[in-house]
Design a protein around this ligand. Structure first.
Ligand code: SAM
Ligand code: SF4
Length: 315
C-alpha cells in the first residue's frame, strides 16, 4: 500500500533480536544489551504473522536483521517460515558474519536469497579494536562459506569512521576487482553510543570518490549510488543517509524484535503489534504505514529523533 506521501511500501526490515556477539564501538556499549526476560522477544509465530500481514499489504521483500540475527536460536527455521509467507519474493539477511561459517549453507537451504555482511576493517587488529571482541579471520571464513553455499551478489557493508578506517577505502574498493560483490560505504549516523562522537568521525560518502577518483558512475541499486573500477567484477555502493537523499523514495517499514512497528528509522513514532492478529494486525500496520514521516531531519539537527539504538532497530 502507499503511505501518506504516496510512497509504495514494499520492504520490511524485521529485527529478530537485540542481542549481539560483537560490541562495535559505534553501535553498542561495552557491556552490551541487558538480557530481556523470556517472552520479551517476539516468537517465531508472531514474527511470521507480522510478515504475512505486511505481505498482504504489499510487502514483497523482507530483510532479517538485529542485533545479530544469527545469534537467535533456531534462526534457520525462522528463515524457512518467512520465506514460505505468500507474497514474499525475496528474503535477505544482514549479519556480522561471525557464525556464517557454520550457518551459510543451512541459511541457503532455508531459502535466504541474499546476504549483507558487515565488515569495517580488513586489518585484524583494527577489526578487533572496532568490534571489541571480533576476529577478522572468522568473518572472512564466513564470507568464503557463503560463497561456497551459493550466495551471489553479496553486499559487504563498511561504515565510514573518520580517522578510524578511512585509510582503508582503497583496500575495500580493490576487493571489487576480483569479487562480484557490492562493497558499500555507509555514512555513520549519530545514533545511540556514537551520537556524541566528534564531528570528524562522520565522513560524507563523497570521501570515497575523493580517495579513488578512478571510480566511474554505474547507476543505482536501492538506496546505493553505484560506481565501478574499470574492468572490475563488482561494484562500489555509496549510502548517504545523512543527506536525506532517499527519504523521497523510501519504501521501508521496520519491526523491532519486541514487536513495535517503526514507520521511519529516525522518528520516535512506534506502534505496538503484539497481541494483534488477523484484521486487527493488518489494520495496525496500515495505520503505521499511513503515519510514515515524509523525511528525517538528521542534516539540519545533527540528531536522530528516535530514542532507540541501531542494534534495537536493525539499521
Ligand atoms: N549485527 C548485524 C550487522 O552488524 O550486520 C545486523 C544489525 S547492524 C545494527 C546493521 C548495520 O547497521 C550494520 O551494517 C552496522 O554497521 C550498521 N550500523 C550500526 N550503527 C550504525 C550507525 N550509527 N550508523 C550507520 N550504520 C550503523
Ligand atoms: Fe552487533 Fe551489528 Fe551493532 Fe556490530 S553493528 S554491535 S555486529 S548489532
Amino acid at each position: 500500500m502507499n503511505d501518506g506521501a504516496g510512497r509504495s511500501i514494499t520492504y520490511l526490515r524485521l529485527s529478530v533480536t537485540d542481542l549481539c556477539d560483537l560490541r562495535c564501538r559505534y553501535c553498542m556499549a561495552e557491556e552490551g544489551m541487558e538480557k530481556r526476560p523470556h517472552g520479551a522477544l517476539c516468537s517465531f509465530e508472531e514474527l511470521q504473522a507480522f510478515a504475512a500481514a505486511a505481505a498482504r499489504l504489499g510487502v514483497k521483500k523482507i530483510r532479517i536483521t538485529g542485533g545479530e540475527p544469527l545469534a537467535r536460536r533456531g534462526i534457520t527455521d525462522l528463515c524457512a517460515m518467512l520465506r514460505a509467507v505468500p507474497g514474499v519474493e525475496e528474503l535477505c539477511l544482514t549479519t556480522n558474519g561471525t557464525r556464517l561459517a557454520q550457518l551459510a549453507r543451512p541459511l541457503r537451504e532455508a531459502g535466504v536469497d541474499r546476504l549483507n555482511i558487515s565488515l569495517d576493517s580488513l586489518r585484524p587488529e583494527r577489526y578487533r579494536a572496532i568490534t571489541r571482541t571480533g576476529s577478522l579471520d572468522t568473518v572472512l571464513s564466513g564470507i568464503r562459506a557463503a560463497e561456497d553455499a551459493g550466495f551471489e551478489n553479496m553486499k559487504i557493508n563498511c561504515v565510514l569512521l573518520g580517522g578510524i578506517n578511512d585509510d582503508e577505502i582503497e583496500d575495500f574498493v580493490r576487493l571489487t576487482l576480483d569479487k562480484p560483490w557490492q562493497v558499500r560505504f555507509i555514512e555513520l549516523m549519530p545514533m545511540g553510543v556514537c551520537a556524541a562522537w566528534p564531528r570528524e568521525r562522520f565522513l560524507p560518502a563523497q570521501a570515497v570518490l575523493d580517495r579513488v577518483p578512478q571510480l566511474q558512475a554505474a547507476g543505482s541499486s536501492g538506496v546505493a549510488k553505484l560506481y565501478r573500477l574499470p574492468g572490475a567484477a563488482g561494484t562500489v555502493g555509496l549510502i548517504e543517509p545523512m543527506s536525506c537523499a532517499f527519504c523521497a523514495d523510501c519504501s521501508r517499514i521496520r519491526i523491532t524484535a519486541d514487536g513495535k512497528l517503526k514507520p521511519c528509522l529516525h522518528s520516535d513514532a512506534e506502534l505496538s503489534l503484539r497481541g494483534l492478529t488477523g484484521a486487527a494486525l493488518e489494520q495496525a500496520i496500515r495505520r503505521g504505514i499511513a503515519m510514515k514521516p515524509q523525511r528525517h531531519h538528521l542534516e539540519e539537527t545533527g540528531r536522530t529523533e528516535t530514542h532507540r539504538s541501531m542494534f534495537e532497530i536493525g539499521g
